[in-house]
Design a protein around this ligand. Structure first.
Ligand code: ZN
Length: 282
């Protein structure tokens, strides 16, 4: 077949699966979308593709695209994120972030530059260590929801579109927050019980901030652990019920979190003072 397309692209390795004894099938996230390519011999210790096909590596890749899967030719490593692979907790979070990116991405060339940039920013933020990994995870989930179109306008009632009062009621069947009036209607019409979670409206503002503010302008993030747990519950439902994303790596993270229960990892009030965007303290 003579229909080959050759291109060079920057990319980050989201997944690398053994193929035969010496080959790897790698999934890359590129600025133009997801690419799956065969890396011949990449498992061999002396392979020139070995370093560039490690999970999380950011590099420049030369790919020949056939009708189906591409073939990886040359590659140059730009960044290894080695420190993320050396800690069990960080590696588990990074793996989850990769799976989330792979689930959210469209195949090349239909992907989005924003997804690539914000995923790259997520890895940088995880490596920087200024926020606990749980917070980086909630921000990345919020951004993914927005980018796959499974995110409501967090600051409005999803049923009537009115702004929320001091307390917002998250409803799983509504896929967002309801105002007090719509809660009454939902409860009188509902035949099966709905998951409900009351949160301060400040938390709805936090979700908007996570979704809309790029990583580079997102200042230090501090959340009370109870609010972090609330975000976890809400985002988990949005991801599974509205984005259709259920990931194996998430279950591993849950097990890790169970193990570290009792260790005090977060404290403090919701604090938005440090945003360059000039937001206010809640
Ligand atoms: Zn309403």
């Amino acid at each position: 077949m003579g229909n080959h397309l050759f291109y060079n692209t920057e990319g980050i390795v989201l997944r690398a699966i053994a193929y035969g004894e010496s080959h790897l099938i790698v999934t890359l996230l590129t600025p133009a979308g997801r690419v799956v390519a065969l890396a011949r011999g990449a498992k061999k210790p002396q392979s020139r593709l070995r370093a560039s096909t490690q999970l999380l590596t950011r590099g420049l890749y030369s790919i020949t695209q056939h009708s189906g899967m591409g073939t990886l030719g040359q590659a140059e490593v730009l960044e290894t994120y080695r420190s993320l692979r050396e800690s069990l907790e960080l590696a588990a979070y990074a793996a989850y972030f990769c799976e989330l990116a792979a689930a959210a991405a469209e195949d090349r060339p239909h992907g989005s530059v924003a997804l690539y940039q914000q995923f790259s920013g997520t890895l940088h933020r995880l490596r920087a260590g200024q926020d606990i990994p749980q917070i980086v995870a909630r921000v990345w989930e919020t951004k993914v929801l927005r980018m796959v179109g499974a995110s409501p306008n967090w600051q409005l009632c999803v049923r009537c579109g009115e702004p929320l009062s001091e307390v917002a009621d998250y409803r799983s069947k509504a896929g967002g927050f309801l105002c007090a009036q719509c809660v009454v209607q939902a409860d009188s019409n509902g035949r099966t019980p709905d998951f409900s979670l009351l949160v301060p409206t400040a938390l709805a503002q936090v979700l908007t901030r996570f979704a809309e503010t790029p990583w580079e302008r997102l200042g230090e993030i501090r959340l009370k652990s109870e609010n972090l747990n609330r975000l976890d519950q809400i985002l988990r439902i949005q991801l599974t019920d509205y984005a259709g994303i259920v990931l194996r790596s998430r279950r591993f993270l849950d097990q890790l979190d169970e193990l570290s229960k009792g260790v005090n990892t977060s404290a403090g009030e919701i604090d938005q003072r440090h945003d360059e965007a000039g937001s206010h303290q809640v």
